[in-house]
Structure formats: structure tokens, C-alpha cells
Design a protein around this ligand. Structure first.
Ligand code: HEM
Ligand SMILES: *[C@@H]1O[C@H](CO)[C@@H](O)[C@H](O)[C@H]1NC(C)=O
Ligand SMILES: *[C@@H]1O[C@H](CO)[C@@H](O)[C@H](O)[C@H]1NC(C)=O
Ligand SMILES: *[C@@H]1O[C@H](CO)[C@@H](O)[C@H](O)[C@H]1NC(C)=O
Ligand SMILES: *[C@@H]1O[C@H](CO)[C@@H](O)[C@H](O)[C@H]1NC(C)=O
Length: 349
């Protein structure tokens, strides 16, 4: 640790004790379930997160997909360290959130609201990195109607580094084939099966046309031609706005847009919107949005898992749970410094 940095820390300690603690993360922080129990006066940290997430999702459940993706995109790049939340500043010249791979990233308002409540209850105690993970976990519970719910360990610190270039080189590309996807997930300690399991998150949410423009002209061996021409091309040709969005899951595209062309498609009982194994069923029918989704059925090693999860939703719920707990444990690079930020959008002075 440089001397000047220590001096800055000491000044910061004088200014605000808890928020100024900066510790090296040579080894991953020891995370544990219930880490914040009795650390926030009489307030329950996890209940405050859960209540806030629930209130936001009751008002607009598109935030559920946003919070799940935020969890993934934070943890995949430099570990779960809230690096995705940092705004551009003198020290963070091109933050992760400015990366092309982070197009459409949302839910940041929910994180800000949670942080404000927690700072009011116990200043400088709860890291933004833990908030992102708790909120992702609670959004997952909400979107899966309680089918995917788990205790998640906490005690993460917030990182001091955020780079759009690093996000773009680390996050998966929607045009990727299986080999590239497997390589990217292997680098983070995930098996090809876990790649398939985690991709099931695309049963909810939406994407910009720019994220699947290759699919608008893909051969009919790779995408249902009617889905491509009568649904996706129509949505993307809409002059209403630049770069429109389409639901990731055909289930969630409104009947008027689907029109008569896809009448063979049956909306599952219980309506739309749920985080479930419908992604795998759609994938077997070549009705998924991204090339990276379709790529999983194009190779037998991953196709066998697609088949497995299409056939058994309970199995997917439980394996998705385990994969998310594993995702939550990705640590910052060895030697990284950590702190509890006062604002999730900026490192402490
Ligand atoms: C396997 C490689 C993956 C690729 C290539 C990929 C790519 C993408 C892209 C391009 C979008 C649309 C962004 C936009 O245009 O606005 C998206 C959306 C989304 N992704 Fe992924 N993703 C992958 C894996 C994951 C994983 C592992 C998760 C979570 C566990 C996830 C969760 C989501 C969610 C929930 C959305 C919808 C976000 C919203 O509606 O706000 N994705 N993904
Ligand atoms: C916690 O609650 C007890 C009982 O309601 C109260 O006496 C105490 O002052 C509270 N402590 C804090 C830190 O709020
Ligand atoms: C979160 O809130 C939901 C209701 O919105 C509730 O069913 C669930 O038990 C809560 N979880 C925790 C950990 O408080
Ligand atoms: C595309 O999907 C529609 C609706 O499910 C179906 O009727 C049609 O047979 C599919 N086309 C192909 C080539 O699979
Ligand atoms: C589906 O998976 C669950 C959980 O692993 C298992 O208990 C159940 O037997 C499986 N169902 C079928 C039909 O294979």
C-alpha cells in the first residue's frame, strides 16, 4: 500500500470511520450467510433489500430481469465488487457501465434506493457489492414465483476499479459459438453444463435489436423462419424508435405482435413473465433470441443439457440456484483493494 494512499485513508477515517476502511483482498473475503445479522442496529439488512426489491418489482417487473443481469454482469467482471455501479469520474475514466456489452443495463435506481435506506439505518456498513447480490437473489425469487430462492453468503467489499474495456473483453458476446462461450465461462470456473444452466436466465427480460441483428438474417436451420421474419424483423423494422427491444422469450411477446403466423405456438398455462425452464423448450424449437442461445443446441455436449432442463423444470430450479450461489462467490482479483462505498456510484474520497 502506498504511503500517500495510507494518509488519504487516515484522513478519511477521521471523516467517517466505517466507510473509509480499505483492506487488501489478497485472498477472497470470507463470506458467510447472515453476515449482516446484528451489524445494522435493530434493522435487518436482508429484509430492507427484499422489501425494496419487492416494492419496485410490484410497480414494474421488468426490473426483475434487470437486477438478475446486473448480478451476472457485476460478478463476471472482477468478481462481485459493484464495479458495474461506478459512474465516470476523474479516476474512473471509462466505467464498465459504458461498455457495449452492458447495453440496456438497468435496475440501478433500485440499487440506489436500497443503499439510501441502508445508509440511513447504519451508515458505512453494507457494501454495494452485497446489495447487488442480495437484490439479484430477491429479484430471482420474485420472478420465479419463489421457485428459485436461496441463502446467499455476504461480506463482500466494493472495488476501486471499473473499466469498460475489461467488461467488453470479459462478458459473453451474443454472437458467440459454444467454444467461445465455454472458454469464457471456464475462465470463471464454470462448467459447460453451468453455462447451459445460467443461460436459462434468458427466459425473462428483453434485448435491443442491435444485440440480435445477426439473427434477423440467420438461416432457417438456426432460427424458426416465422419467428425471424414475422416477429423479430417486424419488431426491429418498427419506425417508432431507434433500436427497439424485443422480449427474450417468445412467451412474453404480445399476441398482436405475434399475429397469426405463430399460432402454432402455445403460451404456457399460467401466463407469461416467469423465470423458468421455458427457455430450453423454446431453444429446442429454434425460437430463442441470440445466436449464443441457439449455439447451445448446435452441439451435442450442450444439447444434452438443454434436453435435460427442457424436460425437468424442478431440476433447473435447483441447479440454477446452485449456479447463482457459485456466481455470487466470484472474488475480486488477488491483491485488489476493497471498501464499503458511501455512494454506490463513486469510490470514497
Ligand atoms: C451465455 C452468455 C450470455 C450472453 C451472450 C448474453 C447476452 C445478453 C444480451 C445481448 C442481452 C440483451 C441486452 C440488450 O440488448 O439490452 C441479455 C439480456 C439479459 N441477460 Fe444475458 N447473456 C448471457 C448470459 C446471461 C446470464 C448467465 C444471465 C444471468 C444469470 C443473463 C441474464 C440476462 C437477463 C436477465 C437479460 C434481460 C435483461 C433485461 O431485460 O433488463 N444472461 N443477455
Ligand atoms: C433496538 O430496539 C430496542 C427495543 O425496541 C431499543 O430499546 C433500542 O434502542 C434499539 N436500538 C437501536 C440501535 O435502534
Ligand atoms: C421477501 O419478500 C417476499 C414477499 O415479497 C417474501 O415472500 C420472502 O419471504 C421475503 N424474503 C425474505 C428473506 O425476507
Ligand atoms: C415455426 O414455429 C411455428 C409456430 O410454432 C410452427 O408452426 C412452425 O412449424 C415452425 N417452423 C419450423 C420450420 O420449425
Ligand atoms: C426432476 O428433477 C428433480 C430434482 O432433481 C427430481 O427429484 C425428479 O425426480 C425429476 N423428475 C423427473 C420426471 O425426472
Amino acid at each position: 500500500m502506498k504511503t500517500s494512499f495510507v494518509v488519504v485513508c487516515m484522513l478519511a477515517v477521521a471523516f467517517r470511520l466505517a466507510a473509509a476502511v480499505v483492506v487488501p483482498a489478497a485472498a477472497p473475503y470470507a463470506l458467510k450467510v447472515g453476515y449482516y445479522n446484528s451489524k445494522c442496529g435493530n434493522s435487518s439488512v436482508e429484509s430492507i433489500v427484499n422489501e425494496t426489491v419487492t416494492a419496485y418489482l410490484d410497480a414494474d417487473n421488468s426490473k426483475g430481469a434487470a437486477l438478475l443481469r446486473l448480478f451476472f454482469h457485476d460478478c463476471f467482471v472482477r468478481g462481485c465488487d459493484a464495479s458495474i455501479l461506478l459512474d465516470k469520474s476523474d479516476v474512473i475514466t471509462s466505467p464498465e457501465k459504458a461498455a457495449g456489452a452492458n447495453i440496456g443495463i438497468a435496475g440501478l435506481d433500485v440499487i440506489d434506493a436500497i443503499k439510501a435506506k441502508l445508509e440511513a439505518a447504519c451508515p458505512g456498513v453494507v457494501s454495494c457489492a452485497d446489495i447487488v447480490v442480495f437484490a439479484g437473489r430477491d429479484a430471482t425469487r420474485y420472478m420465479s414465483k419463489g421457485n428459485v430462492y436461496f441463502d446467499v453468503p455476504a461480506g463482500r467489499k466494493d472495488g476501486l476499479v471499473s473499466s469498460s474495456a475489461e467488461a467488453d473483453s470479459t462478458l459473453p458476446d451474443s454472437k458467440a459459438d459454444v467454444a467461445e462461450l465455454v472458454a469464457g465461462f471456464t475462465a470463471k470456473g464454470f462448467t459447460p453444463e453451468e453455462l447451459v444452466i445460467l443461460s436459462g436466465a434468458h427466459s425473462i427480460g428483453k434485448a435491443h435489436c442491435s444485440s440480435f441483428k445477426d439473427r434477423l438474417t440467420a438461416p432457417s436451420s438456426e432460427i424458426n423462419a416465422s419467428y425471424r421474419d414475422d416477429v423479430l424483423n417486424k419488431i426491429c423494422a418498427s419506425a417508432a424508435k431507434a433500436n427497439p427491444t424485443a422480449a427474450n422469450n417468445i412467451r412474453d411477446i404480445d399476441a398482436a405482435t405475434l399475429g397469426s403466423q405463430l399460432q402454432g405456438y402455445v403460451v404456457p398455462a399460467g401466463g407469461g413473465g416467469d423465470l423458468d425452464n421455458s427457455y430450453y423448450k423454446n431453444n429446442k424449437n429454434n425460437v430463442v433470441l441470440f445466436h449464443s442461445d441457439w449455439a447451445l443446441v448446435a452441439q451435442s455436449s450442450t444439447l444434452k443439457h438443454v434436453n435435460e432442463y427442457a424436460a425437468n423444470g424442478t431440476l433447473w430450479n435447483s441447479d440454477f440456484t446452485s449456479a447463482l450461489v457459485k456466481l455470487s462467490q466470484l472474488a475480486m482479483p488477488a491483491g485488489s483493494l476493497g471498501q464499503v462505498r458511501m455512494s454506490c456510484r463513486a469510490i470514497n474520497d
